[in-house]
Design a binder for this molecule. Structure first.
Ligand SMILES: *Cc1c(COP(=O)(O)O)cnc(C)c1O
Length: 340
């Protein structure tokens, strides 16, 4: 049964070409560096984000936590936006796996104020924790893209204090598409970057952690420690190669569809679309319980084969992706109108 699934871009299915490539992938034991398809993906990924080396990891959360574990020591402090994925959506892993303390700062549309970042860096007072890392996120999960200028300012401050920067770039290619720059222009603002192959890029599983060779060599060992040595992972990497080569080229379609969706939603009485956070494939909006009750909306749309998530912080989030067409959007809009 076909569903129009607006819950996330993580629901994307591998393309037919990916399934073919997966079936035919040449594989080996990747813990011995023997998987030619994983090696090919890692080389391609490193090139795409302008880093010396890259490592295939099971998920975005895994890649971020691996970055924290590899950059920072236990008990060190990580400066990070208070609504970043690592803070809100990784189950508190930063306390469990790398054992770091998160120093959270306010963000405006996903961006930290560089002046606040500099102020948050600890002195060498005997009582204070050491600042071990600064984390930024782009595209940000709030739907916004952060400017290269903002990230570069933070990177310059970090360099002045000899602190590394990690970029949670789960949707780095969405950010690059939205800013109309090369992904490398964004990743130049960070020492390491994690990005997902499994979201808008439609690969079934996997993310990449990239950085300089020394960092990736250490991350490789830490990946094994975390249980992420994956043996014949070329089956998965084969889909990742197609995700990088082909699916990065079509993300603008998702962004255009999101803008169209937002425009149509904002025509409905009682709907407030967050238009200042409409940079990628996500639409955030408010619609009061007096218009349609949340529970009813979810149930009635489901009866029409439309899947949506409930509100988070009072906002609905719809996400466009390769499985959502303009006709699908019209169908959803009409279905909501009927309920009204
Ligand atoms: C999805 C996401 C992640 C984590 O990816 P998973 O593969 O779901 O673990 C990390 N950061 C951001 C910003 C994300 O959107």
């Amino acid at each position: 049964m076909k569903f129009i699934d607006l819950r996330s871009d993580t629901v994307t299915q591998p393309t037919d070409e990916m399934r073919q490539a997966m079936a035919n992938a040449e594989v080996g034991d990747d813990v011995y560096n023997d998987d030619p398809t994983v090696n090919m993906l890692q080389e391609l990924a490193a090139k795409k984000v302008g880093k010396e080396a890259a490592l295939f990891v099971p998920s975005g959360t895994f890649g971020n936590q691996l970055a924290l574990l590899t950059h920072a020591r236990r008990g060190q402090e990580v400066i990070i936006g208070k609504n970043n994925h690592i803070v809100v959506h990784e189950v508190g892993a930063a306390a469990v796996i790398p054992g770091v303390q998160l120093r959270t700062l306010e963000t405006i549309n996903g961006a930290m104020d560089p002046k606040q970042v500099e102020k948050a860096i600890r002195s060498d007072d005997i009582h204070e924790p050491e600042t071990g890392l600064i984390c930024v996120e782009n595209a940000h999960g709030c739907g916004s893209v952060v400017s290269v200028e903002n990230l570069m300012e933070i990177k310059n401050i970090a360099e002045k204090h000899s602190i590394p920067v990690h970029l949670d770039g789960a949707r780095i290619f969405n950010a690059a598409t939205s800013l109309n720059v090369d992904a490398k222009d964004i990743t130049a603002c960070a020492d390491s970057v994690m990005f997902c192959l499994s979201k808008g890029l439609a690969a079934p599983v996997g993310s990449i952690l990239a950085g300089d060779k020394k960092f990736i060599d250490r991350a490789r060992k830490n990946r094994k420690l975390m249980g992420g040595g994956m043996r014949q992972a070329g089956i998965l990497a084969a889909a990742g190669i197609i995700a990088l080569e082909k699916m990065t080229l079509r993300l603008n379609d998702d962004h255009e569809n999101a803008k169209y969706f937002a425009e149509e939603l904002s025509k409905l009485n009682g709907v407030t679309v967050k238009k200042d956070r409409l940079d990628i494939d996500m639409i955030f909006f408010e619609m009061g319980e007096d218009i349609i009750q949340e529970k009813l909306l979810i149930e009635k749309l489901f009866e029409k084969n439309i899947k949506i998530s409930g509100k988070e912080d009072g906002e609905y989030r719809f996400v466009t992706h390769v499985g959502v067409t303009k006709e699908d959007i019209d169908f959803v809009i009409n279905s909501i109108k009927e309920l009204m």
